[in-house]
Design a protein around this ligand. Structure first.
Ligand SMILES: [Fe+2]
Ligand SMILES: [Fe+2]
Length: 451
């Protein structure tokens, strides 16, 4: 059963509420070598959203075992049952991030005159940010869950060419009403701009600040996935013969789309600065707020809820190819949001971050206002079975869920789910015939022609 709504168990007071470290028993994954079964078990990825940040391992764990089964949860295959006590975390104020020259210096220190490495890497030296471990050495892992995210992300592999869009071309040209076309086009226009922004955020502003390679490796995959999402929207736009220049420019000329992009861009600009120093309290707070926004709201709420208008068409048998594409994207986004929330909580566990409740409240309020304006624009005329009020209330409902996962108070108490079928989209019941419905075959490495 779906389990999207289980609150996390916060273990610390509000200022550190996001650092719930109590381990919850992960729902049993069902290792299976059949991809179909794995996709069916994607519901378990919900657990990944609902688990608190796992306690940091006190000792270097063994290298994560090979992942023989395929499942979408983030539970490490074997070590999941091993709950390790949280390692004492040293104060961070004086610790400088290990990047660039500092890394080179550290490396030199570890080398003797013979050129041999003098000291072994200790996983306890790793930190999410401001760490002093060797950022070029993957194992021993300190955050094996991050490696599991990477392994699981690779199981949701598709390209937009896999999905047949022929019926969508017919639906768009012959069946959709003007109001439905307005919804469809503007959702695509918003999403495609957003995904580029998401790619720039994780690839240019976040990755470089991580000081544990297992975190960076998942984020590298995330960067690829954001690019893949952009390709997917482009494929839809191109296949339907929409005016590309006009669609891609909409976020600049439609204030209601622009508002959402501006909110996100401001968070990105807050942290994409060359003089950013995460040992500085203000910069650290900005970084945490930005990561919280991108994982909890931008990906976790806006994206998650952003596919809904098109899914509502799918439920009436329309634009099913596009909807299937979006279902694959939604899976990725669920993992991005979940991973980001987990990273944020780990940062809060390892660092003295003083979150300002007013700033958090403001974050929810401006996100709600931007989402409401957007919803009233794209759904200025309700479409059958879906209207702007549904969209806005669903945003509030999902935002409450993300807040709980972050260990924060619900920003919109009492919000009700207007689209109870939305969570099922992430689980995509049709995956059992995924391979039968693919319209292209993947080439294996040996089959590729390189010249
Ligand atoms: Fe994306
Ligand atoms: Fe994403």
């Amino acid at each position: 059963m779906l389990n999207w709504d289980n609150p996390l168990t916060p273990s610390k007071p509000a200022s550190k509420a996001n650092t719930g470290a109590a381990e919850q028993a992960a729902p049993g994954s069902t290792p299976s070598e059949k991809l179909a079964d794995a996709f069916s078990s994607y519901a378990s990825s919900n657990a990944l959203m609902d688990q608190p940040a796992r306690a940091v391992e006190a000792t270097a764990p063994a290298v994560a075992p090979a992942n023989t089964g395929i499942s979408f949860d983030d539970t490490p295959a074997a070590p999941a049952e091993v709950v390790r006590e949280e390692a004492p975390v040293a104060p961070t104020a004086a610790v400088k991030p290990v990047t660039g020259d500092a890394m080179a210096g550290m490396f030199t220190e570890q080398m003797g005159v013979t050129g041999k490495v003098m000291t072994a890497v200790n996983s306890n030296d790793k930190r999410v940010i401001n760490g002093q471990g060797d950022v070029n050495q993957l194992a021993p892992f300190k955050y094996p869950w991050a490696w599991e995210y990477f392994l699981n992300a690779n199981k949701n592999h598709w390209t937009p060419l896999d999905i047949n869009m022929a019926q969508d071309v017919h639906d768009y040209n012959h069946t959709l009403t003007d109001s439905e076309k307005h919804v469809y086009e503007n959702v695509l226009a918003y999403l495609t701009t957003s995904d580029i922004l998401a790619m720039r955020n994780i690839g240019l502003a976040v990755m470089e600040k991580m000081t544990a390679p297992e975190l960076q490796i998942y984020q590298a995959r995330q960067v690829y996935e954001e690019a893949l999402h952009t390709w997917t929207y482009q494929h839809c736009i191109e296949t339907l013969g929409l005016d590309q220049a006009e669609i891609y420019n909409r976020y600049r000329v439609v204030p209601e789309i622009n508002q959402k992009i501006q909110v996100a861009n401001r968070r990105l600009e807050d942290v994409m600065r060359s003089d950013m120093d995460l040992t500085n309290q203000d910069d650290l707070n900005s970084f945490v707020m930005s990561y919280m926004f991108f994982s909890g709201i931008f990906e976790g709420s806006w994206f998650y809820n952003g596919f809904t208008p098109i899914f509502s068409l799918q439920r009436r048998g329309l634009m099913k190819g596009t909807s299937e594409q979006l279902q694959y994207i939604m899976r990725d986004e669920v993992m991005h949001a979940s991973f980001g929330i987990r990273v944020v909580k780990q940062i809060l566990l390892e660092n003295e971050v003083r979150l300002d409740p007013k700033a958090i409240r403001q974050m929810w309020d401006e996100s709600e206002a931007a989402e409401a304006g957007y919803a009233r624009y794209i759904l200025r005329d309700p479409i059958l079975g879906y209207n702007a009020d549904d969209h806005i209330e669903q945003f509030r409902f999902i935002a409450n869920r993300r807040a709980r996962q972050l260990g924060l108070e619900e920003p919109f108490p009492g919000a009700q789910s207007r689209t109870p079928w939305l969570d099922e989209q992430a689980n995509m019941k049709k995956e059992k015939n995924f391979f039968e419905t693919r319209v292209t075959e993947y080439q294996t490495g040996g089959a590729l022609k390189w010249d």
